[in-house]
Design a binder for this molecule. Structure first.
Ligand code: SF4
Length: 148
């Protein structure tokens, strides 16, 4: 049922990902999104796009995760939980910002409840623009992390 695997992304692998050895455990963090990005992350890991075949796997705890996929503008209430969640991940760890809101607050820029973009709260290693990004783009970013 899965789509035929597209060629490996031409973009260079993320340097910090070299230590992960071709597989990445991924923890999703919704820092305040509308959930549109979550739907596409779900599709990226579903049977059609099947990110797992490239070595990326979802996990439930940040303590088991190499990669944080962060969506949404960071709301005031989620800024500290986001910092703590990323701090709970073992090193080496990467943060991937998913969607325009994560990159620059998108639709929610200037809203009273918004603390800032993901990069204003934690260091970001890789960004995937779009509102929401397509599943192929999310899978492509994960392939740059796993190098597969
Ligand atoms: S980038 Fe678009 S789809 Fe994603 S959280 Fe923001 S508004 Fe929603």
């Amino acid at each position: 049922m899965a789509e035929e695997a597209p060629p490996r992304p031409q973009d260079a692998p993320v340097p910090a990902a070299r230590e992960l050895g071709g597989s990445a455990q991924v923890r999703c963090i919704d820092a305040g999104s509308c959930n549109g990005c979550e739907i596409e992350i779900g599709n990226a890991f579903g049977p059609v796009y099947d990110a797992e075949r490239y070595g990326a796997r979802l996990v439930a705890s940040p303590r088991h995760a190499d990669v944080a996929l962060v969506t949404g503008p960071v709301t005031r209430n989620m800024a500290e939980p986001l910092r703590r969640t990323v701090a709970a991940m073992p090193e080496p760890r990467l943060v991937v910002a998913i969607g325009d809101c994560a990159l620059n607050c998108g639709e929610f820029a200037g809203a009273y409840g918004v603390e800032g973009a993901v990069g204003d709260v934690v260091d970001v290693d890789l960004a995937v623009p779009g509102c929401p990004p397509r599943p192929e783009e999310i899978v492509s970013a994960l392939r740059r992390v796993t190098g597969r």
